[in-house]
Design a binder for this molecule. Sequence first.
Ligand code: BES
Ligand code: MN
Ligand code: MN
Length: 441
Amino acid sequence: MNQALLDELIEWLRIPSVSTGEPDREGLERAATWAAERVRAAGGTAELVRIEGGNPLVVGELRAVREDAPTVLIYGHYDVQGPEPLDGWASPPFEPTIRGGRLYARGAADDKGNFYPLLRVACELARAGELPVHVRVLIEGEEEVGGNSVAAWLRQDERGADVAIVFDGGMADADTPAITVGLRGIVQLNVVVRVGQRDLHSGMYGGSVLNALHVVHDMIAAVRPGPDGRVREELRAGIEEPPVAELESWKRLKPGAEVLAEVGGRPLDANAARDYYPRNGADASLDVNHVEAGAPRTVVPAEARMTLSLRLAPRQRLEEIEPVLVKLLRDAAPPGAEVEMSGHHGEPALFDVESPALQLAKRALDRATGMQTAFVRTGGSIPVVADMAAAGIPAIVSGFTLPDDAFHAPNESYELRSLELGEAAARELLRALADLPTGGA
Ligand code: BES
Ligand code: MN
Ligand code: MN
């Protein structure tokens, strides 16, 4: 194990850069500053860029040995999800601890531990005067809350890059590194329903006044998937059958039944296990994430809150789907109910497996790991990837997380082996990308 890499990562993980819920502004600032300093210490330049009160972006650069080398944008996020519930952790979330070959901490897998080997290898090569490509560094602090800063930055950036490496994804399984070529989009909505100033006595007023919880129920009924898990027809525009070759390749992945059983998930219907990959990679899904209202007493609730998220299949478009979802919800609320909605969204992304950058990346990952790299899709979302595609930058989305890493949950951890794989992969990728034709960034 590279002890210096581990020690530095542990330093970064100690900084509680939580962006969700009640964000830790000071922690976010410190985590961004920490990363910028790594780049400067390697002889590069780095600054914190703030866009409209958002969390700072770390934007930096490390120059290649050869001026005519291609430009590679490396991306990660320093923000982490809140650690709650705290009593679920065997060791405190911001006191990184190694047990049984794993590093435990919030952010150990998502994304500090996944990304840091890439940043460190770039810095190390730069310091040694051996960097084979120009590296532009882009580390954001709003990924977990679907913030807009990174998208805004990419839109105004005139230099671009020949290719991006995004280390915020996972392996197909412990023996199969992966390049993620499909990511789902997301519309996440926070809904607040108000039907009065205060809760009312359900004996005195029940049956006569609106009930906020019932309104939320009606809204859920209007959008929730049927018993087969498929989202409503109105929300399916743009969904495409995956190509046969891709369907075939998914048959070589771990059977869906095992994927679900591993995390204790119970199949939604009789076909859920069989169809795990096509559902997750090529279909939309809608889940109610949270509902809060009322009290376990005889009241008619005046206010109810709900969070729901719709995942968009690759090729679906926010512009087309989001207004439909919002209208279905609004139309389900009766006159007299005040409905407020806020939230965030990200477009899906899909890349061509045959593109030169992805083929080159696959061979580099094969060499670095001694394993066969698979092209996969994920049901998760990394909104910046679509923003990169829109800016004409093909993205190599990879990384070494595994289902046991419990990211977003208590006891998040990352295998030390994943750190080593990440380091080897980063080195080999940067080397291989030196052969990419340049667009002159
Ligand atoms: N790293 C994940 C996305 C991911 C999940 C990639 C699984 C590959 C496999 C990312 O940090 C994440 O959690 N994204 C959020 C985005 C949302 C809050 C806009 C997600 O997918 O829920
Ligand atoms: Mn992530
Ligand atoms: Mn995440």
